[in-house]
Write a protein of this length. Structure first.
Length: 227
Protein backbone atom coordinates (compact mmCIF):
# COMPACT_ATOMS: atom_id res chain seq x y z
CA UNK A 1 0.00 0.00 0.00
CA UNK A 2 2.80 2.40 0.94
CA UNK A 3 4.65 1.59 -2.30
CA UNK A 4 1.57 2.49 -4.37
CA UNK A 5 1.17 5.72 -2.44
CA UNK A 6 4.80 6.69 -3.11
CA UNK A 7 4.36 5.99 -6.82
CA UNK A 8 1.21 8.15 -6.97
CA UNK A 9 2.95 11.01 -5.15
CA UNK A 10 6.01 10.74 -7.43
CA UNK A 11 3.83 10.91 -10.55
CA UNK A 12 1.92 13.90 -9.14
CA UNK A 13 5.20 15.74 -8.47
CA UNK A 14 6.66 14.77 -11.84
CA UNK A 15 3.69 16.05 -13.83
CA UNK A 16 4.01 19.75 -12.88
CA UNK A 17 7.79 19.49 -13.25
CA UNK A 18 7.51 18.07 -16.75
CA UNK A 19 4.93 20.70 -17.62
CA UNK A 20 7.23 23.47 -16.38
CA UNK A 21 10.13 21.98 -18.38
CA UNK A 22 7.96 21.93 -21.51
CA UNK A 23 6.97 25.55 -20.97
CA UNK A 24 10.64 26.52 -20.50
CA UNK A 25 11.62 24.76 -23.72
CA UNK A 26 8.75 26.41 -25.52
CA UNK A 27 9.83 29.80 -24.24
CA UNK A 28 13.33 29.42 -25.67
CA UNK A 29 13.87 31.48 -28.86
CA UNK A 30 13.76 29.65 -32.18
CA UNK A 31 14.59 32.61 -34.43
CA UNK A 32 16.60 35.82 -34.20
CA UNK A 33 16.99 38.97 -36.28
CA UNK A 34 19.92 41.39 -36.12
CA UNK A 35 21.61 44.23 -38.00
CA UNK A 36 25.27 45.25 -38.22
CA UNK A 37 25.58 49.05 -38.10
CA UNK A 38 29.34 49.08 -38.78
CA UNK A 39 28.54 48.39 -42.45
CA UNK A 40 27.29 51.97 -42.65
CA UNK A 41 30.95 53.07 -42.77
CA UNK A 42 31.14 51.61 -46.29
CA UNK A 43 27.68 52.72 -47.39
CA UNK A 44 25.99 49.43 -46.56
CA UNK A 45 23.88 47.61 -44.00
CA UNK A 46 23.71 43.91 -43.16
CA UNK A 47 20.57 42.08 -42.04
CA UNK A 48 20.95 38.69 -40.35
CA UNK A 49 18.17 36.08 -40.04
CA UNK A 50 18.92 33.21 -37.62
CA UNK A 51 17.30 29.80 -37.09
CA UNK A 52 17.98 27.50 -34.16
CA UNK A 53 19.07 23.98 -35.19
CA UNK A 54 18.18 20.74 -33.36
CA UNK A 55 21.78 20.51 -32.11
CA UNK A 56 21.30 23.83 -30.24
CA UNK A 57 23.55 25.52 -32.78
CA UNK A 58 22.28 28.18 -35.15
CA UNK A 59 22.35 28.91 -38.87
CA UNK A 60 22.39 32.54 -39.98
CA UNK A 61 21.42 33.96 -43.37
CA UNK A 62 23.33 37.17 -44.13
CA UNK A 63 21.82 39.75 -46.51
CA UNK A 64 23.78 42.91 -47.33
CA UNK A 65 22.92 45.99 -49.36
CA UNK A 66 25.10 48.94 -50.45
CA UNK A 67 23.92 52.30 -51.69
CA UNK A 68 25.62 55.68 -52.01
CA UNK A 69 23.80 58.07 -54.37
CA UNK A 70 25.78 59.90 -57.04
CA UNK A 71 27.80 62.80 -55.71
CA UNK A 72 29.97 64.95 -57.97
CA UNK A 73 33.69 65.09 -57.24
CA UNK A 74 35.53 68.36 -57.77
CA UNK A 75 38.77 67.82 -59.71
CA UNK A 76 40.82 71.00 -59.61
CA UNK A 77 44.34 71.85 -60.85
CA UNK A 78 46.95 72.86 -58.30
CA UNK A 79 50.25 74.72 -58.65
CA UNK A 80 52.10 71.60 -59.80
CA UNK A 81 49.81 70.84 -62.70
CA UNK A 82 48.20 67.85 -60.97
CA UNK A 83 44.66 67.40 -59.76
CA UNK A 84 43.19 66.94 -56.36
CA UNK A 85 39.66 65.91 -55.42
CA UNK A 86 36.98 67.19 -53.10
CA UNK A 87 33.57 65.88 -52.02
CA UNK A 88 32.51 62.40 -53.12
CA UNK A 89 32.88 59.52 -50.66
CA UNK A 90 36.08 58.33 -49.01
CA UNK A 91 35.49 54.86 -47.48
CA UNK A 92 37.70 51.90 -46.45
CA UNK A 93 36.35 49.55 -49.16
CA UNK A 94 37.67 51.96 -51.81
CA UNK A 95 41.15 51.88 -50.22
CA UNK A 96 40.30 55.33 -48.79
CA UNK A 97 40.11 56.81 -52.29
CA UNK A 98 37.22 59.05 -53.29
CA UNK A 99 34.35 57.50 -55.23
CA UNK A 100 31.26 59.25 -56.57
CA UNK A 101 28.65 56.49 -56.04
CA UNK A 102 28.06 52.89 -55.06
CA UNK A 103 25.50 50.12 -55.29
CA UNK A 104 25.76 46.46 -54.39
CA UNK A 105 24.16 43.32 -53.00
CA UNK A 106 25.53 40.45 -50.96
CA UNK A 107 24.35 37.08 -49.62
CA UNK A 108 26.03 34.63 -47.29
CA UNK A 109 25.63 32.03 -44.57
CA UNK A 110 27.07 31.60 -41.08
CA UNK A 111 27.05 28.46 -38.92
CA UNK A 112 27.18 29.20 -35.19
CA UNK A 113 28.55 26.51 -32.90
CA UNK A 114 28.25 27.45 -29.23
CA UNK A 115 31.24 26.43 -27.12
CA UNK A 116 29.44 27.71 -24.01
CA UNK A 117 26.21 29.54 -23.22
CA UNK A 118 27.58 32.78 -24.71
CA UNK A 119 30.87 31.96 -26.55
CA UNK A 120 30.76 30.62 -30.13
CA UNK A 121 32.80 29.85 -33.23
CA UNK A 122 31.34 31.01 -36.56
CA UNK A 123 32.51 29.67 -39.95
CA UNK A 124 30.96 31.73 -42.76
CA UNK A 125 30.96 32.32 -46.51
CA UNK A 126 29.59 35.12 -48.68
CA UNK A 127 29.25 36.51 -52.20
CA UNK A 128 28.99 40.26 -52.87
CA UNK A 129 28.54 42.27 -56.06
CA UNK A 130 29.74 45.87 -56.04
CA UNK A 131 29.14 48.56 -58.66
CA UNK A 132 31.57 51.44 -58.01
CA UNK A 133 31.38 54.83 -59.72
CA UNK A 134 34.54 56.91 -60.09
CA UNK A 135 35.62 59.90 -62.24
CA UNK A 136 38.36 58.97 -64.73
CA UNK A 137 40.02 60.39 -67.80
CA UNK A 138 38.86 58.54 -70.90
CA UNK A 139 38.02 59.02 -74.57
CA UNK A 140 34.42 60.25 -74.81
CA UNK A 141 32.74 60.03 -78.25
CA UNK A 142 30.75 62.88 -79.75
CA UNK A 143 29.31 63.52 -83.21
CA UNK A 144 29.80 66.52 -85.45
CA UNK A 145 28.68 66.85 -89.08
CA UNK A 146 27.79 63.16 -89.15
CA UNK A 147 31.24 62.09 -88.00
CA UNK A 148 32.25 60.58 -84.66
CA UNK A 149 35.10 62.20 -82.78
CA UNK A 150 36.70 61.36 -79.43
CA UNK A 151 37.68 63.83 -76.77
CA UNK A 152 39.94 62.84 -73.88
CA UNK A 153 38.28 64.23 -70.75
CA UNK A 154 37.07 63.51 -67.24
CA UNK A 155 33.96 61.33 -67.11
CA UNK A 156 32.15 59.18 -64.56
CA UNK A 157 32.58 55.46 -65.11
CA UNK A 158 31.40 52.37 -63.27
CA UNK A 159 33.39 49.28 -62.27
CA UNK A 160 31.95 45.93 -61.20
CA UNK A 161 33.49 43.59 -58.63
CA UNK A 162 32.37 40.07 -57.71
CA UNK A 163 33.84 39.08 -54.35
CA UNK A 164 33.86 35.69 -52.61
CA UNK A 165 34.88 35.34 -48.97
CA UNK A 166 35.35 32.56 -46.43
CA UNK A 167 36.07 33.31 -42.79
CA UNK A 168 36.16 31.91 -39.27
CA UNK A 169 35.31 34.17 -36.34
CA UNK A 170 34.85 33.88 -32.60
CA UNK A 171 31.83 35.60 -31.11
CA UNK A 172 30.41 36.54 -27.73
CA UNK A 173 26.67 37.09 -27.28
CA UNK A 174 25.12 38.97 -24.37
CA UNK A 175 21.34 38.79 -23.92
CA UNK A 176 19.08 41.30 -22.19
CA UNK A 177 15.83 39.91 -20.73
CA UNK A 178 15.95 37.10 -23.33
CA UNK A 179 14.57 39.48 -25.95
CA UNK A 180 17.45 41.70 -27.04
CA UNK A 181 21.06 40.70 -27.57
CA UNK A 182 24.41 42.24 -28.38
CA UNK A 183 27.00 40.16 -30.22
CA UNK A 184 30.67 40.91 -30.90
CA UNK A 185 32.88 38.88 -33.21
CA UNK A 186 36.44 38.92 -34.50
CA UNK A 187 38.22 36.55 -36.87
CA UNK A 188 40.21 35.97 -40.04
CA UNK A 189 39.19 35.13 -43.58
CA UNK A 190 40.23 34.80 -47.21
CA UNK A 191 38.80 36.88 -50.07
CA UNK A 192 38.98 36.50 -53.83
CA UNK A 193 37.60 39.18 -56.12
CA UNK A 194 36.83 39.03 -59.85
CA UNK A 195 37.30 42.25 -61.85
CA UNK A 196 38.78 43.75 -65.01
CA UNK A 197 42.53 44.03 -64.40
CA UNK A 198 42.85 46.78 -67.02
CA UNK A 199 40.71 49.12 -64.94
CA UNK A 200 40.69 50.33 -61.34
CA UNK A 201 41.24 47.39 -59.01
CA UNK A 202 41.02 48.72 -55.43
CA UNK A 203 43.29 45.94 -54.20
CA UNK A 204 45.86 47.90 -52.20
CA UNK A 205 44.47 47.05 -48.75
CA UNK A 206 42.56 44.13 -47.26
CA UNK A 207 39.47 46.36 -47.18
CA UNK A 208 39.42 46.96 -50.95
CA UNK A 209 36.79 45.72 -53.37
CA UNK A 210 39.42 43.91 -55.41
CA UNK A 211 41.45 42.41 -52.56
CA UNK A 212 42.70 38.86 -53.04
CA UNK A 213 44.14 37.31 -49.92
CA UNK A 214 43.75 37.09 -46.16
CA UNK A 215 41.93 39.73 -44.15
CA UNK A 216 40.84 40.46 -40.60
CA UNK A 217 37.18 40.83 -39.73
CA UNK A 218 35.27 42.21 -36.77
CA UNK A 219 31.77 43.45 -36.11
CA UNK A 220 28.88 44.12 -33.78
CA UNK A 221 25.33 42.78 -34.10
CA UNK A 222 22.26 44.36 -32.53
CA UNK A 223 19.23 42.10 -32.51
CA UNK A 224 16.27 40.50 -30.82
CA UNK A 225 15.02 36.94 -30.35
CA UNK A 226 11.74 35.55 -31.72
CA UNK A 227 9.91 32.64 -30.07
Amino acid sequence: MNRKLYIILFVCCLYPSSRLWAQTEKAMPEYAVSVEPLYLINGGLRLNLEKKLPSNDWFELNLTGYWLPHRDIDILPNYYGYHYERRGYMIPNADFNRISGLSGLGIGGTYKHFLSSFFMINPAFSYTWYNVEKPLCDFVPYKEDGLTFYDYMWTYQQRSFHKLTMQVAFGVRTSFKRLFFLEHYVGIGYAYSFYDKNKLTYNETMFGYGWRGSYLTMGVKLGFNLR
